[in-house]
Design a protein around this ligand. Sequence first.
Ligand SMILES: Nc1ncnc2c1ncn2[C@@H]1O[C@H](COP(=O)(O)OP(=O)(O)O)[C@@H](O)[C@H]1O
Ligand SMILES: [Mg+2]
Length: 195
Amino acid sequence: MDLRRGLDDPDAWSSLLYAITGRRIGPQAPTAPTAVIRFTSLADLPNPPTPLIGREEEIAGAVSLLLQPSNRLITLTGPGGAGKTRLALGIARASVDSFEDGVAFVSLAPVTDPQLVPSSIADGLGIKEVTGQTVMETLGAYLRDKQMLLVLDNFEQVVAGAPNIASLSRICPGLKVMATSRAALRLSRSLLTKG
Ligand SMILES: Nc1ncnc2c1ncn2[C@@H]1O[C@H](COP(=O)(O)OP(=O)(O)O)[C@@H](O)[C@H]1O
Ligand SMILES: [Mg+2]
């Protein structure tokens, strides 16, 4: 999917939403839903067709928490439809300039096997498998020197994959992870519990 086409092309937005939320919005079926989307710069992300309503304070609050050095893992929790994905995109957009290596947004909506979390993230980052290394080792080596925000959407699908995220966080000091989840992950600061 070419995100640079922007919203002048409604199909591009519709495919993006489908890939992020798993829901089909708009008249055209997307050609192939993808598990992962990466935005190195949210400047490349098309603006949503509808405005984000009434989340300014939450976005500002979340960004300020996210940028505190002691907060490395943050979860947005709430029921389906509460606006987690939308809020996560808003937070990512508002904080992208604070991360030298940008934001990677990985939708785990199509992923149900927790063991596939590392490879889904690696795919999203465009990292190739390295012979003789586990995916976690390769990911760790790649992210160790990066200043990056990794957004993991729909983490409730793969809660058992949380320890791998905690390990990555430990070895990658410049990495911040923001997960959205219907269920609390018990490993990070939870920002939102309402919905
Ligand atoms: N603050 C908001 N302003 C406008 N639309 C919103 C807002 N929050 C959510 N939505 C819309 O509501 C729907 C559900 O939001 P979504 O972020 O997908 O929820 P969740 O990820 O919690 O299931 C989407 O169509 C989204 O665009
Ligand atoms: Mg969502």
